[in-house]
Design a protein around this ligand. Structure first.
Ligand SMILES: CC(C)(COP(=O)(O)OP(=O)(O)OC[C@H]1O[C@@H](n2cnc3c(N)ncnc32)[C@H](O)[C@@H]1OP(=O)(O)O)[C@@H](O)C(=O)NCCC(=O)NCCS
Length: 156
């Protein structure tokens, strides 16, 4: 059986049992630790503020995965009524390449689909192109667009 990029997502290679649930405030420090270990913390974003802002949006789209009560994965998704977005997708290094990232991605995709989101866009930093295969095997395609940003609040 060919288990190339196209079919990898359908391959049941998850051997570890992970509990997925909504993020709650007391997960704060543990999730920031996870993001640090995954190199997702950048000087221009304050993770505490990012979490606080997300919690003000009352949706069900900030998910963590835990194993034996330890947070090992996260995905912070959102829907603006037109597109869905996913940020802070992370899997603790020692649990990577076991299908956990694809699994949590699929969970947030299903949640977005359930609320009528027709399409997801997400950002991959140019310094992080090594994850492009991960998105490719999960059927994400590079878009013919450029991302423009304008900061309204300086965090640091
Ligand atoms: C991206 C990430 C969430 C993927 O999680 P994961 O649990 O390893 O993903 P899966 O096991 O479902 O998929 C693994 C596949 O994705 C690709 N992949 C994932 N991480 C990769 C990496 N660092 N380098 C190259 N390929 C990678 C590979 O094709 C891999 O398959 P393989 O093991 O057969 O080579 C995880 O690598 C991570 O937390 N990275 C650091 C944070 C990050 O960059 N997040 C994305 C921000 S845009």
């Amino acid at each position: 059986m060919d288990l190339g990029f196209e079919s990898l997502r359908d391959h049941q290679f998850i051997m570890i049992e992970i509990k997925y649930r909504k993020f709650i405030e007391k997960d704060n420090e543990a999730i920031i630790e996870l993001w640090k270990k995954c190199n997702l913390i950048v000087p221009w974003n304050d993770p505490h503020k990012d979490i606080m802002r997300k919690l003000k949006i009352k949706d069900d789209l900030f998910i963590i995965g835990e194993k034996s009560k330890k947070i090992i994965a996260s995905a912070m998704a959102g829907y603006d009524g037109h597109r869905g977005y996913i940020y802070y997708l992370a899997v603790l290094p020692e649990y990577q390449k076991k299908g956990v990232g694809s699994e949590i991605l699929e969970i947030v995709e299903n949640k977005l689909l359930k609320i009528g989101c027709p399409k997801i866009n997400l950002f991959v930093r140019n310094s992080n192109v090594k994850v492009k295969n991960f998105y490719k095997i999960n059927y994400y395609k590079l878009q013919d667009s450029q991302v423009y940003g304008k900061r309204l609040i300086e965090d640091n």
